[in-house]
Design a protein around this ligand. Sequence first.
Ligand code: UT7
Length: 409
Amino acid sequence: MANAPGLVSPPASCFRMRNLAPLGLFRPRLFVAARNVRRTRLWCCAAAVDGGVEEDHVLKAAATSSNPRLPRVVGMGSKLVGCGSAVPKLLISNDDLAQIVETSDEWISVRTGIRNRRVLTGGETVGGLAVEAAKGALEMAQVEPDHVNLVIMCTSTPDDLFGCGAQVQRDLGCKNAWAFDATAACSGFVVGLITATRFIKGGGFQNVLVIGADGLSRYVDWTDRGTCILFGDAAGAVLVQACSGDEDGLLGFDLHSDGHGQKHLNAIAKDEETELISSNNGAPLFPPKRSSFSCIQMNGKEVFRFAVRCVPESIEAALEEAGLASSGIDWLLLHQANQRIVDAVATRLQMSPDKVISNLANYGNTSAASIPLALDEAVRSGKVQAGNTIAAAGFGAGLTWGSAIVRWK
Ligand code: UT7
């Protein structure tokens, strides 16, 4: 990837505080690990998009950041103990797409690495895939639905505007759990995973299901060859379980967002004016409107540049928190958006191709589902083994991005 001015090379700096944890989630009786007590320091990072941002934004961003974090609390750890996944039945190949837009298998596979994707049809739903994926995770973990405390449904495309986590919880029979939806686009699974560990470490939860599920095909413009070739539908899930601090499987993490880049990737709510109900004097009494969302709009080049610059920085920050170098990581597992992005990040981190998990050739970009879907395949094929460390990173609309260094089991 060329070192695009102001994007790949750091432009104006922004500051954020690191290694401070959200206060509210912790119980006062827990104590602080000496090994994690680090001096609060300023961490310098590049602005996400557009060659940097003005100084006043930089200062505001520092003041309102989700960091600072306090030193990590120990006494309780969390680990991944099960995974599962599900994809729709209908397979759409690059050749199929070449029937509806001016493209070719060669163009798509060379530029993206994608060859096939799965698309929801008939009665299939995002929630249905989520349930199937979560069942796989529970079965692998040998945890009964009754023993789940929380279901985090990471999705940008719920079957219900108000979210579908509670319906997934109902259909799984997790009657002792509560559920909510988390929306952070293609970073959703990483956000959900880290959130789950916070509920375990600070909230006393035992078993948390984290599901990444999306049906972006519902919002794809199937006449736009720049976007319709990229996306597919799927669900993946992991069960995160409480364990002792010594066994803690979340070794480090790093999260970001920057709304300045929203213009590069979005599906905006739009109001459709309906007949106005007027009062007697003709003035509108109230304007009833129905909303829907536009199709996915993307500036692919900008998103590409953002990903290859910000994702390695984020992984490096999470590795530093974990006290690891990239050479100490067994697997690199990125959001599956484009093979060229995956390769560029691996090169930057000096990780050899045989340490990279990739299945986007078969499924395309499945948004919040892509990381747990690829993890599930890698675990079930025997590639990822108990005790392996994985550097996982999500990135996408928002813009949002983040990383987690995790140990499998
Ligand atoms: O979750 C995060 C979501 N998004 C991403 O990660 C996307 C990141 N970006 C990308 O993956 C790449 O930017 C794309 C794969 C979307 C596009 O690749 P590109 O190398 O950036 O191509 P481009 O948009 O610059 O287009 C190059 C040419 C253009 O033609 P001209 O203007 O040079 O004549 C496009 O019209 O390729 C044309 N083109 C296509 N040709 C055949 C764009 N899409 C297609 C297509 N088939 N599907």
